[in-house]
Each structure stands twice: as C-alpha cells, then as structure tokens.
Write a protein that binds this ligand. Structure first.
Ligand SMILES: C[S@@+](CC[C@H](N)C(=O)[O-])C[C@H]1O[C@@H](n2cnc3c(N)ncnc32)[C@H](O)[C@@H]1O
Length: 290
C-alpha cells in the first residue's frame, strides 16, 4: 500500500485486540467509543510503517524486533501529555506551606527527601516540585531527590532536556518565577542547571511492581491526572504499587477529579487548609512487605 492510500478501516475485532493489549501492558482503559480514536491515531502509525492492515500492525506491536519502540509510539499517540508548571495551584500551595515544613521536621535527622512525580509526562510537575523545594529554603544542605517517571520514553527524553516553548507550559507561572528558574533558549526556556540537579527522570510503567522497586522509599508521590485513564482494577494495582513505595507516614497527592473511593482503604485522609491528601498510616510499617 502506498503511503498516499488510506489503510483499510479498523475492524471491531482488531480494535478489541489492540485495546486489550494496551490494557494488559499498562492499565489504560479504552471503551468502545474509542474505536475511532484508535483508527485515526494508530492509522498514522500504520501509514508510517507502511503496513497494510491493523491486523498486521497488531502483529508488529506484539512480535516484531521493534515491538518495544513501537509500543512507546502507540502509547504516545493514544494518550494525552497535557501538563504545565504549577498545575492545580491550590494543592501545590498546601504542599509548599504545610507539607514541606512538616517533612523538614520529620526527616531532620536524616536530611534526606525523596519526592516522586509518577506519570510526569514531559517533566513540568517534577520541575514545579523542585522550584517549591528550592524556594522553601528548608532543604539547602539536604540530599533531595525528585524523581519523574512516565511510560513513554519520548516524554522522558523531553523532561530530561528541560526545554519548553514560551506559552503552553508557562501558562500559570509568574514571570519572576520563570526568570529565576529558567534560562532563555533558542526554542523557548531551559530549566536552570541548579534545579535540574534535583531531578532524575526514568521510563517506568506504574503497573509494573517489580520495576518500580528501583525508585526506593519515597516521602511524597504526586500521581495526578494519570488514574483518570485507568479502570478500577488498574487503579487498584497502581495505588497498591505506590503504597508500597511510600515510607510510613508518606503522602499521596492525586488530581482534583481523582480519589481513592472504591480503590483503596489503606490510606488515611489528611485534611490540609486547601486540600485533602492521602497518608500511609504510621502504624503499618511493620506489616509492610517490600
Ligand atoms: C495527562 S499526563 C499528567 C502529567 C502530570 N502528572 C500532570 O498532572 O500534569 C498523564 C501521563 O501519564 C502517563 N501514563 C499513562 N499510563 C501510565 C503508566 N501505566 N505508567 C506510567 N505512566 C503512565 C502518560 O504517558 C502521560 O504522560
């Protein structure tokens, strides 16, 4: 088939195979109304690979020597990377004004702090956390590690590069904050070196418990605007995986439309001035099986 010809439309059976494969691998749930999305978005991949049908594309995705790279491409076109600096500011204010001082006290003896942006997309959330940690002035001589992880390698590559075009990602940031933490770059602005040093980015699937162990014990997890794309089963698995990574008393922050209702009863609710967050209870540490 030439690249100028339209590939044959996605058949219901092909849609189910592709959708179930994506679900099994990374927990993303697509209902029947997503068939058009699959046809359009994965159709681009079919054309790029010069394949003749979605059945061939499915085989390529499962069995070709390039399967892992193509899976990344598929997830990239099927999911949204939408993110920006200081997203959900009311929650970040609570984090900055209440949680960071509490963590400075809690970890004062070790001077060690690990914060994780799980599902970080192109890195804006991790760098936002870094800016708040830096400007709090509470952790200057500490060992601070901010981890950003995502299932798509291309988004992780963008996060590591730390270059963002003016506009988009900067939509809610104060110009004075931007000028303090970014340097002008031919393509926009680049995160300042001293801030990048806090941050490490890695390719991780939140459904993959064994691989997540690489993250080590974590004080706070931000998993915001990720679970909305999962069904209840996958949410349970991801939340359980995050729970296991949290230290006793560790905190979980979700997106504003996300909650643990029907997902987990393992966390306690912590009422902050402007937000509700989840805390791994202190007493369960002894029972934790890591
Ligand atoms: C909408 S973005 C949210 C970015 C950021 N957390 C925020 O709130 O601005 C959702 C991200 O979750 C990632 N994602 C989806 N499923 C995932 C999985 N199973 N493991 C890791 N990341 C995943 C997607 O690749 C996407 O970059």
């Amino acid at each position: 088939m030439s690249v100028f010809e339209r590939y044959p439309p996605l058949q219901p059976i092909e849609f189910r195979l592709l959708r179930d494969f994506v679900y099994d691998r990374c927990g993303l749930h697509f209902d029947n109304s997503s068939m058009y999305l699959f046809d359009r978005r994965l159709g681009e991949r079919l054309a790029a690979l010069e394949l003749d049908s979605f059945a061939e594309y499915y085989k390529h995705l499962r069995f070709s020597s390039d399967a892992a790279r193509e899976f990344d491409e598929a997830i990239e076109v099927l999911t949204t990377s939408e993110t920006y600096f200081f997203r959900q500011e009311y929650q970040l204010r609570s984090f900055e004004k209440e949680l960071l001082p509490a963590l400075a006290e809690k970890n004062a003896s070790t001077k060690n702090l690990v914060l994780w942006s799980a599902g970080c997309s192109t890195g804006e959330e991790a760098y936002t956390i870094a800016m708040m940690v830096h400007r709090s002035g509470l952790f200057d001589d500490w060992d601070v590690r901010i981890i950003g992880s995502d299932i798509t390698k291309s988004r992780i590559a963008a996060a590591r590069r730390g270059v963002y075009r003016a506009g988009g990602s900067f939509r809610t940031i104060e110009p004075t904050v931007r000028d303090k933490y970014f340097a002008p770059h031919p393509e926009g602005f680049q995160v300042a070196e001293f801030l990048r040093q806090y941050c490490q980015f890695g390719h991780l699937n939140l459904m993959d418990r064994a691989n997540l162990a690489i993250v080590g014990p974590v004080d706070v997890v931000f998993c915001r605007n990720v679970l909305i794309y999962f069904d209840e089963n996958s949410r349970r698995r991801v939340i359980d995986n995050l729970y296991r990574r949290l230290v006793s008393g560790g905190i979980l922050l979700l997106g504003h439309s996300e909650s643990l209702l029907n997902v987990s009863t393992a966390f306690e609710l912590l009422h902050l001035k402007e937000d509700l967050v989840y805390m791994k209870p202190m007493r369960t540490e002894a029972r934790q099986t890591l």
